[in-house]
Design a protein around this ligand. Sequence first.
Ligand SMILES: Nc1ncnc2c1ncn2[C@@H]1O[C@H](COP(=O)(O)OP(=O)(O)OP(=O)(O)O)[C@@H](O)[C@H]1O
Length: 612
Amino acid sequence: MPQRKSATRPEASKISWKERFGSLQYIPRFFSKIRDVSPRLFYANLFARIVNSATPVLLLWVGKLILDEVVLQIDAADKDFTRLWGLVAVELGLAVLSDLISRVINLTDTLIGDLYSNRSSVEIINKTAEIELSQLEDTDFYDKLERARRQTVGRVSLMSGIMAQFQDSITVISLITALVVFEPWLIALLILAVIPAFLNEIKFSQKSYSLARGWTAERRELDDLRYVGASDVTAKEVKLFGLTGYIADRFKKLSDEYYKVTRKLAIRKNLWGGVFNVLGVLSYYGAFVLIIIRVVAGVLTVGDLTFLSGSFNRLRNQLQAIFFRFSQITESSLYLKDYFDFLDLETISGDSKSVIPVPEDIRDGLEFVDVWFKYPGQQDYVLKGVNFKVPAGKKLAFVGENGAGKTTLIKLALRFYEPAKGVILLDGKDIREFGKQEYQNLFGVIFQDFVKYNFSAGENIAVGNIKNVNNQTKISEAAAQSLADEVIATLPRKYDQKLGRRFTNGLDLSGGQWQKIALARAYMKDAKIAILDEPTSALDARAEYEAFQRFIGLTDGKTAIIISHRFSTVRLANTIVVLKDGKVLEKGSHETLMENNGLYAELFSLQAVGYH
Ligand SMILES: Nc1ncnc2c1ncn2[C@@H]1O[C@H](COP(=O)(O)OP(=O)(O)OP(=O)(O)O)[C@@H](O)[C@H]1O
């Protein structure tokens, strides 16, 4: 594995102040989404915050009145504590109320946060479904998706952050008003105390975002290494090949590099933060001394002293919190930009305006006419002028060496990608003219890398046509057709047996058993065109032969494409297309190809020898 040099690292891709603050424009859209999750909770939260924003200044004010009353009573000849106890009761009431409201705020924050995070996860899942495979395979795009996904939790704290900001701003306004009325010069001191710390905060949070963003790919690599090094899926190989040291080492190297840059930034941020904080403390004590002097001179009362110094201190802390949070908010809203960018992403090849209906029944067949294709961002063509036809109701098989382009042909037939040149026709019509969804619905496809869902056995079959997830008859029939019923009969909880090892009570199957389950998906829907891309490679030779014979028998009269490396299977097809380096080398029935004595005949004989 080539080691990358630190010099080639994306040294904190620069983000301008405009970009930084520009991202705040996403906040209204973000809030309207939050409100829509639950207007009741949202407005309750807002109301509670408004009420609670007034309590600090009220508490300080009542505290001042209490002290003044105490001083009054000390000197009074006729002591009367009625007012004093009344004030203490008010103070107590305010404190209890403030605590209760804080709890309401916390509760509604959590509830809205949970609801919103659930909803946005669903949104991301839905959006991903709309996106073209070619986009999903693009690294830049994948980074964007990654950032959007990672932020599900971050967005919740962003919400409470903004709400708290709103609440604190009201508190600050009330405290400032109190200070302006009493001692306006205190405000000047206050500005001196907080502005430098604020600028420092902004500067460093911007740097840390740039850094994290610049390192997205590396952080993804770290995640991947963490997964490879510590997962049940990889454990077998990692242990056997003794890879732990190698993986841990790679992880350590990369994470150390990342740590070094983040440490440097964290130290600088905290050093400067410390300096500016001292400035803040000095200004507070400056203000304190000035107030004391005025109290001693008799201009202010002792109550005023506690009120003003309390207000000043509270205001300083509150302002610092606001500024600190502000930089967090602008940082999170940069992620918000990633999230909305993702949601707003144009799905590239949407249907053209005038789509034509897909055929009810395939009459002519599926035809590739001089199809050329290369993967996005790649230099070389993977398909180079491919021509073949799957006549309606017939079975066609692809054979060819690894990497010849068989799966790519399927991806093109399914419109996951578009040909660079040439055209694919269904019943004589360019497949791009059909509505994509309707067109893709014509197919029943099982890929070689089919997904092993951590669902029940029944659901794992039903995914072939999820509408029928509750139709046990249909699921059992499909299982019987693919011989998955024999596998299911051995499971303790039969169709309800959870598969996979991820969850407790889950049961893993052998490769061949999984394939039988996956194969059953092909029988779940009455697809017009069935495609099996090597989903039977883990079956033993006899089982695969049997599976295909059944498949051909059960889909009699249906159009089907089969990819297999086993010639005993391939020969069952009506037409066989031999691919080599993205070109069709030969095509015809088994008999014709054997007579031709070309590559097919050679490979067939080679395998036949292997069987004897
Ligand atoms: N997403 C992709 N991006 C770039 N290149 C790809 C991608 N998928 C496949 N390729 C390349 O396209 C070529 C054809 O791959 P394809 O999967 O179609 O081969 P195949 O004939 O199905 O092989 P196998 O028998 O091993 O399954 C290969 O050289 C492969 O490296």
